[in-house]
Ligand binder design. Sequence first.
Ligand SMILES: O=C(CO)COP(=O)(O)O
Length: 271
Amino acid sequence: MTTSTNGKFDRTPLIAGNWKMNMDHVQGITLLQKLAWTLSDASHDYSRVEVAVFPPFTDLRGVQTLVQGDQLKVVYGAQDLSDQDSGAYTGDISGAFLAKLACRYVLVGHSERRTIHGESDELLNRKLHAAYRHQLTPVLCLGEGLEVRQAGEHVEHTLAQLRADVAGLTEQQAAELVIAYEPIWAIGTGEVAGPADAQEMCAALRAELVEIFDTSVAEKARLLYGGSVKANNVASILRERDVDGVLVGGASLDVAEFANIVRFESHLLTD
Ligand SMILES: O=C(CO)COP(=O)(O)O
């Protein structure tokens, strides 16, 4: 386990912004420039809290140029990848292309891919393996819909997704994995899962990682919460023991709001 960065976390917190299908390549550059400027103004220490953005594919080349040219410490990733590496897969994007654009991360299994595009756990398992083939760190998204939650089956449902999605990963791969628990009923709805809900699921996911792999994997893998995260609720969520970061949708498009989420440690002091 790495050294605690703030007395509470044993893993470097990750604050990630998923832009979804927002921000064309011009808007994306402007947003990222403003974000980097805002955080530099507040002397943000990226080694204490890692900041990542997930722009649309068409923004990635511009983001790479900006990050490398201005030596920004914000890291970036793609919102999806193909399970295949190259060939006749019209419209798909290979992990090899993302690696060439110096992406660090890639989202796998976002609920909008699972539901709108019907992505199955079998496909997502292949996508996870594809990410590792190209040295991309996957951020595996999982979580239950409202009906499953109301039936009280959310933990078993989400752990079943985990087991299916990570099948065949090595322990070394699994230790690098980032998992984002994103209950579908809390995404874009303003309905935020309570800190206790986030903790319940992240603790269950960590315990399952011990079962599937071992304790050292479970101690190293970072577990995020996503779903209506805002500056005014992030501190209480990140206070929870097993929650190592957040995956932010709508609020990541607002520079001031996202910067305030990144600065969650200052809310921890004042809350
Ligand atoms: O889906 C999400 C992040 O991937 C969460 O979206 P919101 O923060 O807009 O609820």
